[in-house]
Design a protein around this ligand. Structure first.
Ligand SMILES: [Zn+2]
Length: 486
């Protein structure tokens, strides 16, 4: 049976089994549409055939394992035939410390062989015959994840620590395919590892009944099961990842920002920090919506996590380290505002965080300038330039740590990564801002968002767009801040 025919048969079967159809009546939108504010629900139709994930995972909280099954509907929109397809198994990265295994893979209902690559962080599924342009197939994967248990005083991106189960990237995530092939890069431990394209998600999570389950997107339903577990049904998209974090301890404070519900989840002893984080996040969502263009999703979650003094961004969800609720409150506002900025630069406008990490980190850093300008004062914003970017960059130069900004994260060391990718990267955007002025700078950002929303931009794309919008030759500042080292 041809794949397209089989896909059609599967869709009919799904319809027959009462799973909500995509072309639902106006009053019953598809589940992931509900994760978008009404004005943005039409965005999905404009994106063509993006992948759709149906994931069911079950947590064994005692054994610290996840058992999952996912189905991905995938259409080849690459313009050339594909002889294989890759998923990334990010929990197998050393900085995640988990162990993810795939037990079974099937394509269009038929079991298929698979192999691991890139240090077990990539799963290869050969396609025979090749998948032609515009053809579709359905991939089913059964997988397990062994969740690491970290000491409470350690910073931990993935696993159990301080009663919090952080499970970002807990499922096999489609790798990004471009003309040169599949992206299977392995990022060093000090940098961000994940590069992905937007997709639509329906996710069912089964976990103990007393667990507070937080995800990207929106929880649509929670059903108790007879065995003291619950199944939480969530949906979201278009999102480039779907994150999961849970704890029995979490408490919740909520507010709204331009129609978006903003939730802050925190440990009971960190209530005042949880309230402060909520206000900073809501203020940042409003400021960035005004400055760059609206946040399209119905919900945004800020979650306390065992990340020390660090934070981490995921679509519709950011994690803020426990230290910032306690002993390091002075750094809290900046860090929350930085992570919220990633909803624009990383989440909505995607970029390759492994090969061009400065593009989202430098821009997210510098975007905080506009938050401080709008919420505090020009003086407070100018102080950031001095204190966060100019002085640290000068320190790096003095220590002989300067480097070309536009390089893969593997070209940096732990010593100079933040100096160059964050501080010097931000200084390029500062130089651009000074060259073109407030109004044109914001026009550039608004155009960048509009043109690349839900897509992927490269540094060259950004430079071309900035030159077109400003009508100025920007090569000299780009060369100075992005392409050369002192
Ligand atoms: Zn960042």
């Amino acid at each position: 049976m041809k794949r397209a025919t089989l896909a059609l048969a599967l869709i009919l079967l799904l319809l027959a089994s009462c799973i909500e159809p995509e072309q639902a009546a106006e009053d019953r939108p598809a589940p992931y549409k509900q994760s978008l504010l009404p004005a943005f629900q039409r965005d999905i139709a404009s994106l063509g055939e993006i992948p759709r994930y149906h994931i069911a995972v079950s947590l064994d909280a005692d054994a610290l394992t996840l058992n999952g099954r996912q189905q991905v509907s995938y259409t080849n929109e690459e313009g050339s035939k594909l002889g294989e397809i890759y998923f990334r198994l990010y929990p197998n990265l050393p900085q995640f410390g988990g162990q993810m295994e795939v037990q079974r893979a099937a394509i269009d209902g038929r079991d298929t062989p698979f192999s691991y690559e890139a240090g077990n962080t990539a799963l290869k599924l050969p396609l025979t015959p090749s998948l032609l342009p515009d053809e579709s197939l359905q991939i089913e994967l059964d997988f397990t994840v062994q969740i690491p248990h970290a000491a409470d005083d350690e910073s931990h991106l993935f696993g159990l620590s301080q009663g919090i189960l952080s499970l970002p990237n807990f499922y096999p995530l489609l790798a990004v395919h471009e003309a040169a092939g599949w992206h299977l890069d392995v990022a060093p431990e000090f940098s961000d590892a994940v590069f992905s394209e937007v997709a639509l998600y329906e996710v069912r999570i089964t976990a103990p009944l007393d667990m507070v389950v937080i995800t990207s997107g929106l929880a649509l339903e929670a059903q108790p099961n007879p065995d003291s577990t619950q199944t939480v049904y969530c949906a979201g998209g278009p999102m480039r990842d779907f994150s999961l974090i849970m704890s029995r301890e979490f408490q919740l404070a909520s507010t709204t920002a331009y129609g978006t519900t903003v939730n802050s989840y925190y440990l009971p002893s960190d209530k005042s920090g949880g309230q402060a984080v909520l206000q900073h996040a809501a203020a940042a969502l409003r400021a960035y919506s005004d400055a760059f263009g609206p946040y399209p999703f119905a919900e945004f979650d800020v979650v306390e996590a065992p990340l020390g003094k660090k934070g981490m961004e995921y679509p519709g969800l950011i994690l803020i380290g426990t230290d910032l609720y306690r002993t390091r409150a002075e750094g809290r506002e900046f860090l929350v505002v930085h992570e919220v900025g990633h909803q624009w630069w990383y989440s909505m406008v995607g970029s390759d965080a492994v090969n061009h990490p400065w593009l989202d980190e430098g821009l997210t850093e510098y975007s905080t300038y506009f938050y401080y300008l709008m919420i505090h004062s020009r003086a407070a914003a100018d102080e950031l330039v001095e204190r966060r970017w100019l002085i640290p960059y000068q320190v790096a130069v003095n220590k002989g740590l300067d480097a070309i900004t536009d390089q893969p994260s593997a070209a940096f060391s732990e010593e100079n990564y933040e100096y160059i990718v964050y501080a010097k990267g931000a200084l390029f955007f500062h130089a651009l801002h000074q060259t073109v002025g407030d109004q044109i700078y914001q026009d550039i950002m608004r155009n960048y968002l509009q043109q690349y929303r839900y897509g992927i931009a490269t540094p060259a794309d950004f430079l071309r767009l900035a030159e077109t919008v400003s009508g100025q030759e920007l090569d000299p500042i780009y060369r100075e801040w992005v392409l050369t080292a002192r």
